[in-house]
Ligand binder design. Structure first.
Ligand code: CTP
Ligand code: MG
Length: 228
């Protein structure tokens, strides 16, 4: 089976609060999305990288993508939610992929994925019938709030992990699972709802998602520390 990447990049970045969607903000000399795509394109096993853009996207076409080679396939089929964008992207891939090909769904807003981590995920899941996700064990103590914002309970964090991307699944299973549930916030939960038990591949906190302005500063620091 072959490997493809699908990158949802049709969000508006409401929580970040900038004029420009956060994936097009500048980070260590490139855009956030450029970093996210560069690592996927640099992975020899990944054949094509499909990017789901908002139909009204005016930033993609303004950027020079030639440095990333010929793996990139932009499609302007983003939806109202991340799940919808991914689902529309999978429809676009359907003409190319077989049911047991791998799809790695990776957030455009996650620019610090390292090639090492990506290769480890591919190696760990290679022979798996379903797939799995990068994730990290929860580090903080978790509190459940009551309606008055007082602590109702302290949740044991044993066995709790924080989901990241890439989320890597067999194309046929992922497409079926997402078609059945449109309300999920990640791909794994769609597979779970369909009765599968995706694997957790241990990642680290440097593979952060840019959500708030402070995340961009952290990402800058992480990427600059990696340069030789
Ligand atoms: N995304 C998408 N289509 C949407 C919403 C999100 O393709 N309708 C993408 C984002 O571009 C991002 C990834 O999904 O790469 C993760 O989503 P998130 O961090 O929530 O980004 P935004 O939705 O843009 O941010 P916010 O929720 O703060 O508005
Ligand atoms: Mg969002």
């Amino acid at each position: 089976s072959r490997y493809f990447a699908l990158v949802p990049a049709a969000g508006s970045g409401a929580r970040f609060g900038a004029e420009t969607p956060k994936q097009y903000l500048s980070l260590a000399g490139r855009t956030v999305i450029h970093h996210a795509l560069a690592v996927l394109c640099a992975c020899p096993r990944i054949e094509e990288v499909w990017v789901v853009l908002s139909p009204g996207d005016e930033w993609w076409a303004a950027e020079d993508w030639s440095a990333l080679g010929h793996k990139l396939h932009p499609v302007y089929c983003g939806g109202a939610t991340r799940a919808e964008s991914v689902s529309n992207g999978l429809d676009a891939l359907a003409a190319t992929l077989d049911a047991d090909d791998w799809v790695l769904v990776h957030d455009a807003a996650r620019p610090c994925l390292s090639l090492d981590l990506l290769e480890r995920q591919l190696a760990e899941l290679d022979t798996d019938p379903v797939g799995g996700i990068l994730a990290v064990p929860v580090a903080d103590t978790l509190k459940r709030a009551d309606p008055q914002q007082r602590i109702a309970a302290t949740e044991p964090r044993d066995g709790l992990w924080q989901a990241q991307t890439p989320q890597m699944f067999r194309f046929g299973l992922l497409r079926q699972a997402l078609a059945a549930t449109k309300t999920v916030t990640d791909e794994a939960s769609a597979l779970e709802a369909a009765g599968f038990t995706p694997r957790l591949v241990r990642s680290d906190v440097t593979n952060l998602k840019v959500t708030y302005p402070a995340d961009l500063l952290l990402a800058e620091w992480i990427l600059k520390g990696r340069k030789p």
